[in-house]
Design a protein around this ligand. Structure first.
Ligand code: ATP
Length: 558
């Protein structure tokens, strides 16, 4: 991570805290690792993101309905879904420091540092040969080739594809840059990184825990805290939180906090289908909390132990899943882009290694300051989950399809539907939205230095839609401002502020992303007009107060 992106990320995190968006949970007790609370503006922004998703799913599709299933579910559900036996990460402890790590993460970090060594070495050698540091830095920055390659390797994408793309970067590169890329590919560090990455992927695929430990030893990885290499064996660590239900604590009463919301949809699919007289294809949407005991949590609200998901399961006729998968893959990216985000910030990542239940899977990734990271997954889950629940519950999970198959001339009849899933992390979407909106804007003129921090949030997502300021605290201006506010607050979330100079009040609202600031002054008392100031352009205009609901409504309504 370059210094500036590192700084940007830190600044967004402190902004989120300073302005009431996100607080570390239990902060006065020094916090609880990987758990966060949303503050007064964070809760509003989160709700608005939920609304945007819910409307796009449920309101805009007459064949998708929403539910709200319980967090606690019958423990057998997690046996059937494969979570009890398979939802785990390989974990290793350092015997000296007593610190716990994810074995795959330690290896990924080591691979990343090998790549960095390769890049640094190649840079130095190229600089010595060509004496051309600036040009090279610029080209690396422009092309981001090394960064992309690095990300592809650590995130396990097919290295050959990465390498191929790397060698074939389009023409126009300086001789120095070509030499630099050549050196990386020839570097022993780089070769070691590729070899380690291949082995890591093989061990993970085969769940070879001994192999993972051997690789840690072979690469001479030291404990990041104590610097020793005194490791326990690698073992699988289940990510589900468990607790006891009822007064008597014995094994039979163990229940889990759900690690995904999807299972609540699967087990209710027939209830919804029958009570809603739904016909295939149809979808069930849900927003809710999920819990995972992540071994290491990092990058702020990217990886939390308690988080929220927005999931939709789309039930389709077997054989049509590919078509629906492609449709949903595209529809979901459009949903992201409709917020006005630069398309270059998004990319698809195809899963080469598929989960046992899937026959296709793509992630939608966003370019966070620390690199591309999954925000949403689109998975073709086959009939795996429903068939498993049929097996474990002993209840039929079949759907009767009365439509006539044109090939046989008979109804399709009974079958277990196939499922396409779209699953987005609300908290990651929240962070993406904050990062995208955040700007430290330089407003300096020749006369004076000035700047502001502004959140260019889409008006529909902005926590506060308009702020109302009486110019002064006297002459009946506060009363008039409150009178205007009382009318607007029925439809919009409005804030009233009378403290500090107007300029300061503008800055506070910029910092929380309020699209409009309305100032009530002495002229308002005469002609009932106000000034309205637009967040992004900072332009002000005078408008009749009774037009405010239309002006605000036009911009902030969905
Ligand atoms: P990752 O590979 O990053 O751990 P995942 O593939 O396990 O994610 P899914 O099980 O597909 O994630 O969950 C769907 C979405 O839920 C993810 O795209 C992500 O946005 C979100 N999500 C998953 N785990 C967490 C977490 N610990 N904290 C916050 N959001 C999460």
């Amino acid at each position: 991570m370059s210094k500036s992106t590192d700084e940007l990320f830190k600044n967004v995190i402190s902004h989120a805290k300073e302005y009431g968006f996100v607080f570390p949970s239990s902060e006065i007790y020094d916090g609880l690792s990987a758990v966060y609370d949303y503050g007064q503006f964070g809760a509003e922004l989160k709700n608005n993101i939920k609304t945007y998703w819910w409307k796009a799913m449920v309101q805009m599709h007459d064949n998708i309905v929403g539910i709200d299933s319980a967090i606690f579910m019958h423990p057998k559900i997690w046996k059937a879904s494969g979570h009890v036996d398979g939802f785990s990460d390989p974990m290793i402890d350092n015997k000296d420091s007593k610190k716990r790590y994810r074995a795959d993460q330690l290896l990924e970090d080591k691979i990343a540092s090998l790549i960095k060594e390769a890049v640094d070495e190649a840079k130095n050698k190229t600089n010595q040969k060509y004496n051309t540091r600036i040009e090279l830095e610029e080209q690396i920055d422009n092309e981001k080739s090394t960064v992309n390659l690095f990300n592809e390797i650590v995130s396990g994408i097919d290295i050959n594809a990465g390498e191929h793309r790397y060698i074939n970067t389009p023409g126009g590169k300086s001789e120095a840059f070509n030499w630099f890329t050549h050196l990386i590919l020839e570097s022993d560090y780089f070769k070691k990184a590729i070899e380690a990455n291949t082995k890591l992927n093989e061990h993970l695929k085969n769940e070879d825990l001994v192999g993972l430990k051997d690789l840690i030893i072979a690469l001479n990885i030291k404990c990041p805290v104590s610097g020793t290499a005194n490791w326990t064996d690698v073992r699988q660590f289940n990510l589900m939180f468990s607790t006891q239900m009822g007064a008597v604590a014995d094994d039979a009463d163990v229940v889990y906090l759900r690690p995904e919301t999807a299972q609540g949809i699967f087990v209710n699919y027939l209830n919804v289908q029958k009570s809603g007289r739904m016909k295939i294809p149809f979808g069930i949407a849900q927003i809710g909390k999920a819990f995972r005991n992540e071994v290491i949590a990092r990058q702020f609200i990217i990886r939390m132990r308690e988080f929220e998901q927005m999931e939709m399961q789309y039930f389709v006729r077997p054989g049509t899943q590919k078509e629906w998968f492609n449709q949903w893959k595209e529809a979901r990216l459009k949903w992201h882009l409709a917020l006005g985000t630069d398309a270059a910030k998004y990319r698809y990542h195809e899963h080469v290694k598929l989960a046992h239940y899937a026959d296709a899977a793509y992630d939608i990734e966003f370019e966070f300051p620390f690199g591309f990271k999954e925000v949403e997954g689109i998975h073709s889950r086959t009939d795996f989950d429903l068939s498993q629940h049929e097996k474990f519950s002993g209840k039929k999970m079949q759907y009767f399809d009365p439509e006539v198959d044109p090939e046989t001339g008979k109804p399709y009849g009974n079958y277990v539907p196939y499922v396409i899933e779209t699953s987005i992390g609300l908290d990651r979407m929240f962070l993406l939205t904050m990062i995208n909106a955040y700007e430290e804007e330089d407003l300096s003129t020749e006369e004076k230095q000035d700047s502001r921090t502004v959140l260019h949030l889409h008006p529909c997502l902005a926590p506060v839609k308009a702020a109302i300021f009486p110019l002064t605290k006297k002459d009946g201006l506060p009363e008039k401002a409150r009178e205007i506010m009382d009318k607007l607050k029925i439809d919009f979330n409005i804030q009233y502020e009378e403290k500090d100079a107007i300029g300061k009040r503008y800055r506070r609202q910029d910092a929380i992303g309020t699209p409009f600031c309305i100032t009530v002054d002495h002229q308002t008392l005469e002609d009932n007009t106000v000034t309205i100031r637009h967040r992004d352009s900072m332009q002000q205009e005078r408008v009749p107060a009774d037009q405010l609901d239309k002006i605000i409504g036009d911009l902030v309504s969905w």
